[in-house]
Write a protein that binds this ligand. Structure first.
Ligand code: TPP
Ligand code: MG
Length: 904
């Protein structure tokens, strides 16, 4: 264990206890310590602290460079004397926990016996069992009509433990457990990880994509405060708990918002980091100390940090150690060494840990090797864990993080305890099973045990009675998802009517139109209060600054300053009951708020309706995994991709111009994605969306792109509502239906105007009569086509159904040309349901810093290119002469040698 002399100092976190400062006599230090002791005794800790602070300042002024450290020693934060009594029956709780351990393990082992490599995790829950069980028996309060309940984010890979507990609680059958990871078996099974989409009565939050849940938990805790501050729910002491792995903290999202939590004083938030020092491949910080690293990060961010490192067995040894040698020694080891020590024999521990100093050896002299081996870590000791949780829930003024030390694969013995392979361990041999059984006292004989049966004591057993009684005292079972909100009436014809009428020639952008709708919705009697506008520092970009003053920007402390622009009409008004969540530059944080608001119908029984508006390129591209989680969670609400369209956002160039998001929106199954061109289209989509989500309770959410190009908004041309929602409708038919040359032009978003201009050019210059269609959603058309095709395939004997696209175009004559501000793949994916060949124009390629006209020329999506595409199709069909096409290319000024935008 001693490192070779020539290696220099080991790089471990500063543990503040140092006994050998350079050249300083021991005696001198002793004198200083004694003086401090006497001040402590005579004047108390406050005066002592003041003196130390003054000394520090004095030292700094005199040029002494004192290293900064946010660390405390490598010891438990809560001293034994402040440890509360454990309120439960510890032995009974241990037995219950053992049964859960067994069933969790059995679930994974059995699943992999039935189907080789079906997967699952044993070692995560094995290490975290005590952390969860103390929570279940003493802290996690269920949701009820009277109390909102605590919100718990369970670590995804620990799910077997949650299922095993629900089995003991009588909430899940053995049949369900048998079908862990085999959800499609008769009678259903259990999903691998927490997925509300798959188990909507059980799971609330998906957590398995690491890093998402810590960030979501922070914004959930903040959203709870927002609801309180706006008077939408009673002020309660409900907590948000997030359980995460120590390896998980390397995901940037995990720690990315911790300063928000402390800034907002979220003492309703508790992180529990299971510090088993291991991740999947090996140690989290083999050459360092992850706990000290996390402590300094969280303390630096002003969190309340509680370290739970050592179990009760260590207490007497610490007590014997009056010189602080033990803490010092503990701070010296790197995690790689610890990983080995905690699974080694007592003799090994004595020699390699205590053996570094004869005085340390002396401390454990009276202890047998066996008792040294049994020295537990803090995270496995319910008394220590209870003390930490109690301190956390009682703590005021800041969020708390509990850093609990555990052993990964605890109890697995040779099968993987503390081993680097343990994360992947899914199978145990017979000896290993028997050993596990014996270690946790499961009442199964040697023979039965190797069958790994699920084990549940009788209903009237003390274990089941106790477990039920504890949950009853805490209000019911957790996790459990239910919908407690009442449907809205959603009768909003009047509210949206004005937007169907057009802008009377006034040029407005669809973003402006949307903001107008938002302003009106905010005043509505039914939904006004429920609207949650969310922006990541982009409100001015979208012309939303007028809402600052009218709706107010939420701030938990109100506004402590007079804003610089207070004399202007649209000043920056922050207020405690402000409605807008102005999140600053964090799309991930904004999305987390959107999720909290969009799932409040379940978590709080409140139908809040999020409208999260952002720079569209920084949406799917950047935070698609959060959007996927939102979908899983059945989040409701609206995402608005502002400044969208690769050629509609002029000037900004390659990074900002979005021609991608509608493609990236395709895979999210319950997301409706629209690329509307006109105000009335947006209003129809939003109105219908509110009805479907909040009246009919459909599990949908919406993505709508809005743009910043101003143009006159037409009135809705007749009743095209159905077409708008289904994805396409004929916006303007050709005037000369008798013409020989015909075309159908499909446009979306701002590019629809290019199609309309092309319609004119084709008609006036080339005698081609074209109809123009507004395609509001290629995704809708694609889904409809697939669904129809599937139905026909599975029902060959019945009358074949016809895709909506085919129906629309059944009598539409002529060549077909589509143009959008997104990739060509969008129209191409529905072309197979069109009656004839489709020419697709789109914006594949990198953006450019340019104006709209040049961009549309560069990407070949303007009216000239649409015209040429139609003429080319007519030429290929033999309907016009080559010379006509050649002339058109020339007359329209198209450079045929221009570089390909898709690759340049
Ligand atoms: C974003 C993401 N990347 C990778 C994984 C794959 N993965 C699952 S568990 C795991 C290791 C987890 O280690 P830790 O967070 O320390 O949890 P422990 O099981 O040790 O409690 C990894 C890499 C994932 N689930 N999510
Ligand atoms: Mg870990």
């Amino acid at each position: 264990m001693e490192k070779p002399k020539d290696e220099g100092p080991t790089e471990v976190m500063d543990n503040e206890i140092s006994t050998q400062p350079h050249g300083m006599e021991d005696i001198e230090i002793q004198e200083w310590l004694e003086s401090l002791d006497s001040v402590l005794e005579s004047s108390g800790p406050e005066v002592a602290a003041e003196i130390l602070e003054r000394l520090r300042a004095h030292a700094t002024v005199n040029g002494i460079d004192l290293p900064f450290s946010a660390n405390t020693p490598y010891a438990n934060t809560i001293p034994v004397r402040l440890q509360p009594l454990f309120p439960g029956d510890q032995e009974l709780e241990r037995r219950i926990k053992s049964l859960i351990r067994w069933n969790a393990l059995a679930m994974v082992v059995r699943a992999n016996r039935v189907e080789h490599n079906i997967g699952g995790h044993i070692s995560t829950y094995a290490s975290a069992a005590t952390l969860y069980e103390v929570g279940f028996n003493h802290f996690f309060r269920a949701r009820s009509e009277e109390f909102e309940g605590d919100t718990v984010y369970f670590q995804g890979h620990a799910s077997p433990g949650m299922y095993a507990r629900a089995y003991l609680e009588g909430r899940l059958s053995a049949q369900k457990l048998e079908n862990f990871r085999r959800e499609l078996k008769p009678g259903g099974g259990l999903s691998s990880y927490p997925h509300p989409w798959l188990m909507p009565d059980f799971w609330e939050f998906p957590t398995v994509s690491m890093g998402l849940s810590p960030l979501m938990a922070i914004y959930q805790a903040r959203f709870n405060r927002y609801l309180e501050d706006r008077g939408m729910k009673p002020v309660t002491d409900a907590k948000v708990w997030a359980f995460l792995g120590d390896g998980e903290t390397d995901e940037p999202e995990s720690l990315g918002a911790i300063t928000l939590a402390s800034r907002e004083k979220l003492d309703n938030l508790i992180f529990v980091v299971n510090c088993n020092l291991q991740r999947l491949d090996g140690p989290v910080r083999g050459n360092g100390q992850i706990i000290q690293e996390l402590e300094s990060a969280f303390r630096g961010a002003r969190w309340n940090v509680i370290k739970v490192l050592w179990g009760s067995e260590w207490d007497p040894i610490f007590e014997r150690d009056t010189e602080g040698l033990l803490v010092k020694r503990m701070g010296e080891l790197v995690d790689g060494e610890y990983q080995k020590l905690v699974v080694s024999s007592g003799a090994y521990v004595r020699e390699h840990f205590f053996g570094s100093d004869p005085r340390l050896l002396q401390l454990v002299e009276p202890m047998s090797d066996e008792s040294l081996r049994r020295l537990r870590l803090g995270g496995h000791d319910p008394r220590k864990v209870y003390a930490a949780y109690k301190a956390a829930v009682d703590h005021k003024g800041s969020p708390t993080v509990i850093l609990a030390r555990t052993i990964k694969g605890y109890g697995l013995g040779e099968a993987g305890e503390g081993k680097n392979v343990t994360h992947q361990q899914k199978k145990l041999n017979e000896d290993e099973l028997r050993e596990f059984r014996s270690r946790f006292g499961i009442p199964l004989n040697d023979e039965d045990c190797i069958e790994v049966p699920f084990y549940r004591p009788a209903e009237d057993s003390v274990e089941i009675q106790y477990l039920r009684a504890r949950r009853e005292a805490l209000g019911g079972y957790v996790p459990k998802r239910s919908i407690r909100s009442k449907p809205l009436a959603a009768d909003h014809d009047e509210l949206f009517r004005e937007f169907l009428e057009g802008s009377d020639g006034r040029e407005v952008s669809t973003t402006m139109a949307f903001v107008g709708m938002l302003r009106k919705m905010l005043k509505d009697a039914e939904i006004g209060k429920l609207i949650v506008p969310i922006v990541p520092d982009e409100a001015r970009t979208f012309g939303m600054e007028s809402l600052f003053r009218t709706a107010g920007i939420y701030s938990s402390v109100g506004q402590k300053y007079e804003p610089v622009d207070v004399n202007t009409l649209l000043y920056y008004k922050e207020a405690k009951d402000g409605q807008i969540l102005e999140e600053g530059i964090t799309e991930a944080g904004s999305m987390a708020s959107c999720i909290a608001a969009g799932t409040a119908y379940a978590t709080h029984g409140i139908n809040t309706i999020p409208f999260f508006i952002y720079y569209s390129m920084f949406g799917f591209q950047r935070i698609a995994d959060f959007i996927w989680a939102a979908a899983d969670m059945r989040t409701r609400g609206f995402l608005l991709g502002g400044t969208s369209g690769r050629t509609t956002l002029s000037g900004e160039g390659l990074q900002h111009q979005d021609g991608n998001s509608h493609v990236l929106a395709l895979p999210v199954p319950n997301l409706k994605a629209y690329d509307p061109a006109f105000a009335y289209e947006i209003s129809i989509i939003i109105q219908d969306g509110i009805r479907r989500m909040y009246k009919d309770g459909e599990n949908l959410f919406y993505y709508i792109t809005v743009m910043n190009e101003p143009y006159a908004m037409p009135a809705m041309p007749g009743n095209v509502k159905d077409g708008i929602l289904r994805g396409m409708y004929r916006f303007r038919a050709a005037s000369n239906t008798k013409a020989k040359l015909r075309a159908q032009l499909f446009g979306s978003g701002a590019i629809l105007n290019e199609a309309l201009r092309a319609q004119e050019i084709l008609e006036t210059k080339y005698g081609v009569a074209a109809d123009v269609w507004s395609v509001t959603s290629y995704k809708e058309l694609y889904n409809d086509g697939n669904e129809t095709e599937r139905w026909n395939r599975l029902h060959p004997g019945e009358k074949a159904r016809v895709p909506y696209v085919s129906k629309c175009l059944a009598d539409a004559p002529g060549v077909l040309v589509a143009a959008s501000d997104y990739l060509k793949t969008l129209p191409n994916m529905i072309s197979k349901w069109m009656p004839r060949r489709l020419a697709s124009l789109g914006t594949d390629g990198f953006g450019r810093s340019e104006g709209r006209t040049s961009l549309r020329d560069f990407f070949e999506v303007d009216s000239r290119f649409i015209t040429v595409a139609a003429l080319h199709e007519l030429f290929v069909d033999g309907k016009i002469e080559r010379s006509v096409l050649d002339k058109a290319i020339k007359d329209l000024g198209i450079n045929t040698d221009k570089p390909n935008p898709a690759t340049s």
